[in-house]
Write a protein that binds this ligand. Structure first.
Ligand code: FAD
Length: 554
């Protein structure tokens, strides 16, 4: 049997996974990996932390070197070799060797495309200024680090508040640089629901980051080849010694499109469950390709490291052996850390579900990440999104300190198996006081969802239209006096059964407390005492204070 030849374009997350999987399953194949940059298999996810100084040695970012690939996997890695054209009829890739300047062609039996994504750039003058940066690879981080070391900038502006933007804000701030963050959407982390993302904004503001949300950057003032100001559409001028643009990425599809391969609705390379493109001898993985979304079962574009690695493995296996388990759909499970807090999500947010035309309900569980009586419990807010008809979990978001990742990973796992809120209510999680609670926040969220879906609790989310009724705060008197929602009357939960006559049974009652739990207890008392129209402000003051204040002012 003639030796099979697999050529891979792009040598980082998707490409490196494909190459090594192919080798492990096919010892005789010839495997060539073309990478246009200087390095293969580097940790792009670690770059912000190298810039910020948490990772001190650049070499730590090189997960595997060209030599490792040769010695351990007998993979012919060629760095500074750029694939410039694919000739599908001849099964050839045209390559430019940037070290020698020599063009050549490479034949293939199977071709795997893993060229990643390109940063989206605005069409302004001044993008070529020496202090404007994007962050995609090691050479970008080298440029940024060199600038920081040489120029010691005092002020930085980061444009775009997705996870790379936030990580850069934290790193630059940690270096003592006064940092402004500009985001076109009204909130940071635009994929999250607004009231969850705003919790991260509070953390950023507390650390002195200057937030410009719902603000459109529209250009630079450039002097002597340097940006000196970032101009916003509202007239704000942000003086800046350096600018980082992180407004998203677009799939790198030029090679594929030029070769006539099909692209999907998000302009990524369209692939089947084995990562094959419209040409079955050509695979595509990672940020260049679209994926199948776990919840919508439709094509989606989710450029993250996990899917790139896993789908690279699928493509490598299929290319090397002719078969492989189908790639699993992707929920977009992701996390960002900012100043010791974290924000994570999986699946659909409420706004994404509504946009997709999917009916959804949401609940909040607000609790410590481990038992409150054990020292060091950190509060987290967990939002669970589910389909009220099927009770299937659609997504979740969490913001807090420690333990955010665990809750989202548990829910992502339940979703992977099409879990319902009832499944989640019954998951058997490990517990000792320093690790969790016997009723974990994951369980609490599921219990609340069951109560809501079973009609045992009616709730109002922040922003929902409020019935014309009375607002009852069931916290203690000192708590109420310290802070309460405008218009609330106070009857502490402990006294409620004896003071029901102070409430008007003919008008709706909205009940609140700190996080929604005592209000739930109160709702149950009221509902079983003849009050017909009872509502819990979901998540209590923690979630409603801001929206209530804004509505009162409005
Ligand atoms: P890449 O890893 O980008 O690799 C593509 C490679 O292809 C590049 O090295 C490129 O030079 C090469 N290439 C392109 N065109 C050609 C060509 N014509 N010929 C030869 N070579 C070519 N994801 C997470 O899930 N969690 C995180 O915390 C996280 N943090 C991140 C932080 C940063 C700063 C960045 C930039 C990304 C981060 N990501 C994170 C995203 C994650 O790194 C990507 O989703 C993942 O690397 C995509 O893998 P890929 O193989 O598709 O592309």
């Amino acid at each position: 049997m003639p030796q099979m030849k697999i050529v891979i374009i792009g040598g980082v997350a998707g490409g490196a996974s494909a190459a090594t999987r192919a080798r492990r399953l096919n010892e005789s194949a010839e495997i060539v990996l073309l990478e246009k940059g200087e390095h293969v298999s580097f940790a792009n996810c670690g770059l912000p932390y190298y810039i910020g100084g948490q990772i001190t040695k650049r070499s730590k970012l090189l997960v595997a070197t060209q030599e490792d690939f040769r010695a351990k996997f007998r993979i012919d890695v060629r760095t500074r070799h750029e694939a410039v054209r694919i000739d599908r009829a001849a099964r050839q890739v045209h390559v430019m060797d940037h070290t020698t300047g020599r063009p050549y062609t490479e034949t293939y039996d199977r071709l795997i495309l893993a060229p990643g994504a390109d940063p989206i750039l605005p069409g302004w003058d001044g993008l070529d200024a020496c202090n404007v940066f994007t962050l995609r690879d090691l050479s970008d981080s080298d440029r940024i680090k060199a600038w920081l070391d040489r120029e010691k900038p005092a002020r930085a502006t980061v444009i775009g508040a997705g996870y790379i933007g936030l990580e850069m804000v934290e790193s630059l701030h940690g270096l003592g640089i006064t940092t402004s963050l500009v985001e076109l959407q009204p909130h940071v982390m635009p994929a999250m629901d607004d009231e969850m993302a705003s919790r991260i904004e509070t953390v950023l503001a507390e650390h002195g980051v200057h937030l410009h949300l719902g603000a459109s950057a529209e250009g630079f003032d450039v002097r002597q080849g340097r940006v000196v100001n970032v101009r916003l559409a509202d007239g704000t001028i942000l003086p800046a010694d350096m600018v980082v643009i992180s407004v998203g990425v677009r799939p790198n599809v030029k090679l594929a499109a030029d070769a006539g391969l099909a692209t999907g609705p998000y302009s990524g390379i369209a692939v089947n469950a084995h990562q094959q493109t419209s040409d079955p001898n050509i695979y595509a993985v990672g940020d260049a390709a679209e994926i199948c979304h776990l919840v919508t079962d439709e094509s989606a574009y989710i450029p993250l490291a996990g899917p790139a690695n896993r789908n690279g493995r699928t493509a490598g296996e299929h290319a090397a052996t002719g078969s492989a388990p189908s790639a699993t759909p992707v929920a977009g499970t992701s996390i960002v850390g900012v100043f010791g807090k974290s924000a994570a999500m999986t699946g659909l947010s409420v706004k994404a579900a509504r946009k997709a035309g999917i009916d959804c309900q949401a609940v909040y569980a607000i609790a410590g990440h481990h038992a409150g009586y054990y020292p060091g419990a950190e509060k987290l807010v967990l939002k669970l999104v589910f389909d009220p008809a099927s009770r299937r979990i659609l997504g979740a978001q969490a913001v807090g300190g420690a333990g955010v990742d665990k809750r989202i990973d548990v829910i992502a796992t339940a979703m992977r198996f099409a879990g319902t809120i009832d499944d989640l209510a019954g998951v058997d999680l490990c517990y000792a006081p320093q690790f969790g609670s016997a009723k974990d926040p994951v369980h609490l969220a599921a219990f609340i969802a069951q109560n809501v879906d079973d009609g045992r609790l009616r709730q109002l989310l922040p922003g929902d239209a409020k019935p014309d009724g009375q607002l009852l705060d069931v916290r203690t008197v000192p708590e109420y006096e310290a802070n309460h929602l405008n218009g609330a009357i106070n009857i502490p939960l402990q006294e409620l059964r004896g003071r029901l006559d102070e409430l008007d049974r003919d008008r709706p009652v909205m009940v609140t407390c700190g996080i929604g739990q005592r209000a739930y207890f109160a709702c149950r008392i009221l509902m079983q005492s003849g009050f017909a129209d009872v509502w819990n402000l979901a998540g209590g003051l923690t979630m409603h204070e801001k929206a209530w204040k804004e509505a009162s002012v409005g």
